[in-house]
Write a protein that binds this ligand. Structure first.
Ligand code: GLP
Length: 261
């Protein structure tokens, strides 16, 4: 696991976006796994800038998103489909038919999850998976207590996630936040060939600590990344504050990336 501790979220977002731009430029058929939340927004705008500057084209790129709220249509302003359209897809040259988000309105949600898994397999698997992290250490919507081998399925949100998401996306209205979602599993996520996680701000420091230095445990589903051999975590100083080996990771990972001497 590489931990890149950046000066701020602007620097982290730019470096992570550059990594994705370079991968897409090298392989125009890259398969991306994408994430929602406030954290990747800056990275997505950096990716869009690179497309404008003709550094990469997404014409043949295919994407699969991590999760979607149950009960929300893709046209709903709080749906993750809507979020992706606004924050990335409408700003790059991707074909919308090549972008995939779980259908929150599926009549049979479990069947929808199985279909999604089969689609990803058929596409050859995910080359690069983008992740944020919940303040309780969850990835996608895999809350504490989820098997680290879980597959895409219907999941339940913890009250703390409902609270976090109400604050950020539902104008503080907890009742408006769906309590279930369709989510890629931890096992599904860990099959991606490369993982890029972003984590910013003080309220992520316990989650980052658990992810990087905690035991591998279903209590912090992000800790499954410790078992992955190409996982990169880009964080700012506040998010990295509780890491014991902070200086070591910072030096090692930055040196590997060639961003610091
Ligand atoms: C939700 C999403 C996660 C995301 C998390 C953190 O729970 N399902 O994929 O990582 O929110 O969101 P934020 O980046 O806004 O802190």
């Amino acid at each position: 696991m590489e931990v890149v501790i950046c000066k701020n979220k602007e620097e982290a977002s730019k470096i992570a976006a550059d990594m994705i731009t370079a991968a897409v430029a090298a392989n125009p058929r890259t398969v991306l796994g994408l994430a929602t939340g406030s954290t990747p927004v800056l990275m997505y705008s950096e990716m869009a800038k690179a497309v404008k500057a003709k550094k990469a084209s997404y014409r043949q790129v295919k994407t699969w998103n991590l999760d979607e709220y149950e009960g929300l249509a893709g046209t709903h302003e709080q749906s993750y489909r809507y979020f992706m359209n606004k924050n990335l897809f409408e700003k790059i040259d991707i074909r919308i038919s090549n972008t995939h988000v779980l259908n929150g309105l599926a009549k049979d949600p479990e069947k929808e999850c199985a279909r999604y898994e089969a689609q990803i397999r058929k596409a050859g698997g995910i080359d690069i998976q983008v992740l944020g992290i919940g303040s309780d250490g969850h990835i996608a919507f895999n809350e504490p207590g989820t098997s680290l081998q879980s597959r895409t399925s219907v999941v339940y949100l913890t009250p703390s996630t409902v609270r976090d998401n109400a604050r950020l996306f539902f104008h503080g209205d907890m009742k408006a936040v769906p309590k279930r979602a369709l989510s890629m599993g931890v096992g599904t996520i860990c099959e991606a060939r490369k993982i890029i996680m972003l984590a910013f701000g003080r309220n992520k420091q316990d989650a980052v600590k658990g992810c990087v230095e905690g035991p591998v445990s279903q209590f912090c589903t992000a800790s499954a990344l410790q078992m992955h051999n190409d996982a990169w975590i880009f964080c700012d100083e506040p998010a990295a504050a509780k890491l014991k080996l902070k200086e070591y990771y910072s030096w090692r990972s930055a040196t590997k990336l060639g961003i610091r001497k």
